[in-house]
Ligand binder design. Sequence first.
Ligand SMILES: [Zn+2]
Length: 314
Amino acid sequence: MGKKCIGVDVGGTSVKLGIFDVDGVLLKKWEIPTRKEEHGKYVLDDIAASIRETLKDENISMEEVVGVGIDVPGPVKKNGYVEVCVNLGWRDIYPAKELSARLDGIPAECGNDANAAALGEMWKGGGEGYSDIVMVTLGTGVGGGVIINEKIIAGRHGLGGEIGHIHARDDEQEYCNCGGRGCLEQVASATGIAREARRKMAADERPSVLRQFGDEVTAKDVLDGAKAGDALALEVAETACHYLGVALAQTALIVDPDIFVIGGGVSKAGQFLVDMIKKHYEEHITISADHPLIGLATLGNDAGIYGAARMVLK
Ligand SMILES: [Zn+2]
């Protein structure tokens, strides 16, 4: 039997788990609920018990497992220390160390979920075949992860890859979740795109396919409208892609990856979105025609378990 590795992606409502062979073939995938009561004190016990049970069901011995990687929705320091993880109620914890202790001391690693997703996409997703990738996740917020030389660059303070909070707009009056104003996330996340559409609809009386949705308009409505050629929807999409293009160009000039991989719900708009980002990006990276590519993520919600498992392979 070949060696295996396990990836654990801890979210606020469920924990996704996957058993992989060391070449990245997903052998078994499952999910358990995240028990957040009492400051999430049962989460690691539940994960360990579920791993033991599943390994038994699959006839895999603990000796065959080279390690388990766990990613969490919050900042993780270099030594695996989590000071606070709001979504889980955790404080002052070393998740990898504690999980390892519950699983006969097998090697364990812990990382941030957005960074793990980036590593997963490098391993078996939109960045497969490359060693240097930057992933940008356009969801409720804008997440990011930087992988250089097949390693997560989390930075000294866990700020590495926080692309969503790169400053974009000087004139933004509303506050971002981070406490700042004018972050990329405020204009390029699904939430931000919908808000921009509401603002544009309120600003004038132009007819638009978006008006039928009123305040319930979503980023998907905007991108569908833009694809259909609706002028107002196109303006909203162009605004988001302008700031994304600028942020990617700036990021390229700092870390110069092989490729940017765009994921998250908004990326379901596909090549249309990539092409629009690329147009703005190319305007801001004129220093060389030879620069990072932009492509789509392919692993969807499984990126986290792929990346978490990949963390234990050196
Ligand atoms: Zn922010």
